[in-house]
Design a protein around this ligand. Sequence first.
Ligand SMILES: [Zn+2]
Ligand SMILES: [Zn+2]
Length: 486
Amino acid sequence: MRKIFITFFSLLMIFSTAYGQKKKKNNPLDNAAIAYLDKSFGTYDKLQKLIWSHPELGFLETQSSGDHQRHLKENGFTVEANLAGMPTAYVATYGSGSPVIGILAEFDALPGLSQDTVPYRKPLVEGGNGHACGHNVFGVASIAGAVAIKEWLQANNHAGTIKVFGAPAEEGGGGKVYMVREGLFKGVDIVLDWHPATGNGVSVGTGTAILMVDYVFRGVAAHAAGSPDKGRSALDGVEAFNYMVNLLREHVPISSRIHYVIVNGGEAPNVVPNYAKVSYYIRSPKRDVLKQLVEWVGQAAEGAAKGTQTTVESEIVAGFYELLGNRTLSELVQSKLETVGGVKYDERELAFAKEIVKGLNEHDSILKQVETVIPLAEEKPSWGGGSTDVGDVSWNVPTVSFGTATFVPGSAGHSWQNVASGGSTIGTKSLINAAKVFSLTAIELYTNPQLVSEAKDEFESRRGKDFKYEPLLGDRAPALDYRVKK
Ligand SMILES: [Zn+2]
Ligand SMILES: [Zn+2]
């Protein structure tokens, strides 16, 4: 109760301060970037819904990437596309001189999560794709922020460069890693990142480093009843392997995460499978621990192959670093988030959100959190959790990530509820807020070079002077067909 009161009180302070500042000359919201965003709700509502209504999977986002590029070109950006071996990757640039600020943009969707903008389960296309991670909103907020920043640079005739990194296939393809490996982030001083969320806050979690590895077992096919002694089952190899991994779980650091699916376990029970494939995601908060885990899992695969007289080959599909935090930038973005404030539902949006909340067996009071900004948390050692290809960016350029309330509180990640709210005006409101946070942060960095050097000094000291970037995925080419049904 006390906590609620304090939160409410500090909120009042934030809003009243913001309101009070509006009357003053140095109102932080009185600039060309914010003015542009305030009059552009319709433009970005239309653009995010265009991408939402045509959800494309990783590396196949031709139309979505094209929509981004067109809008950026129309607004004076120079666009280079088809980069680092990925046809849908692009870098858009405006301005000149330093600092160079990069904004990350994503646009890939997820399979099987097609959903209409209604508060109950209703796929638009049965089994179709859907923007369940909100990347329709993600990418459009990033380009809206970049265009707003351009408006400010232009209006103030200010030096500085803004770049948008259109990064494909965040969901398992790891587009950003290839962009980093290609050197596309060289010369960038600061990277700003965000992600649609159920609340408004700066993310200080470092998540986990991940390696995604496919293991293919090969055996000998034979009639499973007539001549089983002539066969050697590749599926036995996979099963023995999985069993061993499930035993070793007990002995790995508790923050490790290991999960798998059998992608191919044979075709018919009366044929001894000569081919079987299992896909693993192996994660740890520290990539050095991760490398040891992957080695151990690899030994289990070899042991399983030996014991079943099959063979095994492995292939790294993708790999990401854990995130490297930057307190200087986190504090900066926190202050800008507090200036912008939370998302305010209108009556129609509130009715929609209440329906979603009801279906989740949550209480309406949970909706209050969309209007507030979460206080900046202390950084703590990661306990596990998800992974992102932003990790590799964060070890190459000082990076900060935040979230705004795109999704109805209580909704799970990658859920149909997220597709529904992300494709509505709730999604657009959160998008405009995110673009405002990008704008205010960039303006501060352009006008306060000291902050840029502080962020860079912190970055250098945290990653260590002997740091050398080596992508976890090695020298493999982008897995452009990882979402193509075979
Ligand atoms: Zn996702
Ligand atoms: Zn995502």
